[in-house]
Write a protein that binds this ligand. Structure first.
Ligand code: NCD
Ligand code: ZN
Length: 353
């Protein structure tokens, strides 16, 4: 094990992984994948393409496209996921896991977020798949928001926990679940109360950095919009405490979700924040602000693989305390561009290697 080395200028940690990314496909994939591959050894790749990644063949083909899009010197392993639909075949899902093609299954409640139209309409329809996953130890990754239009958008995660997640955990007591990109104190508390072995949560750098005011700061801010949407300040503070606690049930998942500028700055702007160009740097800044730099390695490099039952990375990453500026735009797709989270702002930790 590499003990964390940190002084006021240098931070050396075991190479981190990102347990939740959207790498997209085609020209967008080629534009963004290098940012993730530079910072992380492995990443759990979300399957919400159009059409979604449903089968082993889909995942193998997508994995090959990701590998082909990597910069030449990259050392990066994509971990693929299967998009759960009402009519998913338990056999296909289980074989994908057993053959090492799928690392996990992603459940989007239908119509919760970007490209979730094929998602699950009713949990009753996927019970056989969940039972099979429970039997073989295959993790279920949840977009934890109810779609009920009667529920206020800021309450949809907390209501999901109560209405859907708690009964699901009781029904499938052996099922390993990751509640993705948590945004509320309720979620953090619920994960801790569950004991840390079969329920975990990823936390994004943006939910540790902004609260919902950022969406309206001086005007409408489409690049601060993602789902689940940022909540009140008290929730951001609870997420910071959870991440910085080093508790094994919390780990790094950026939910970096690039959309072209034109698709964000639109009448109906897409949900998703592109944070890959500054991800580990931002986490380091947050942990430093929390006085918890010594816990960054557990959150970024140990808790994720331990939960998934994968080996921890052997190499190290070095961050240096040196101001640098987040790129203001990343070119993508036939003259288009993607705007990174905190574009043009100065961060205190720079990734050296
Ligand atoms: C993600 C996307 O754009 O694919 N958007 C987002 O706001 N996070 C989907 C998701 O993870 O919800
Ligand atoms: Zn996501």
């Amino acid at each position: 094990m590499n003990p964390v080395r940190h002084d006021s200028t240098t931070l050396v940690i075991a190479r981190p992984d990102d347990w939740h990314v959207h790498l997209r496909d085609g020209p967008m994939l080629r534009a963004v994948v290098g940012f993730t591959a530079k910072r992380f050894a492995r990443a759990i790749v979300m399957p919400n393409l159009t059409p979604p990644v449903l089968t082993r063949a889909d995942a193998l083909a997508y994995r090959a496209r990701i590998v082909a899009a990597l910069p030449k010197d990259a050392k990066f392993t994509p971990l693929m996921t299967c998009y759960l639909t009402d009519d998913a075949d338990p056999e296909e899902v289980a074989r994908g896991f057993e053959e090492g093609v799928f690392a996990a299954v992603k459940l989007y409640p239908a119509h919760t977020t970007t490209n979730s139209a094929h998602g699950v309409t009713d949990l009753a329809k996927v019970r056989r798949v969940l039972a099979r996953m429970e039997a073989i130890g295959m993790p279920l990754l949840l977009h934890g928001e109810v779609t009920d239009a009667a529920v206020d958008i800021f309450d949809r995660e907390a209501v999901y926990i109560e209405r859907v997640l708690a009964p699901m955990l009781a029904d499938f007591p052996g099922l390993k679940v990751v509640l993705e990109h948590i945004t509320t104190a309720e979620a953090a508390d619920f994960v801790v109360a569950a004991g840390g072995h079969r329920l975990a949560a990823t936390i994004t750098p943006h939910h540790l950095t902004i609260n919902r005011n950022a969406l309206f700061h001086g005007g409408l801010r489409p690049h601060m919009y993602c789902l689940p949407v940022a909540k009140r300040e008290r929730h951001r503070l609870a997420l910071r405490r959870a991440a910085a606690s080093g508790h094994p049930a919390f780990f790094l998942g950026t939910d970096t979700a690039p959309h072209r500028v034109g698709d964000k700055e639109a009448d109906c702007g897409c949900a998703g924040i592109f944070n890959a160009p500054a991800a580990i740097e931002l986490y380091a800044q947050v942990f430093e602000e929390e006085g918890a730099l010594g816990k960054l390695e557990a959150f970024a490099s140990f808790n994720g693989p331990d939960f998934y039952g994968l080996p921890r990375n052997r190499g190290t990453s070095t961050l240096v305390r040196e101001d640098w500026t987040v790129p203001s735009l990343v070119p993508a797709e036939s003259g288009g561009a993607v705007k990174p989270f905190l574009a043009g702002e100065t961060l205190r930790w720079r990734l050296a290697s």
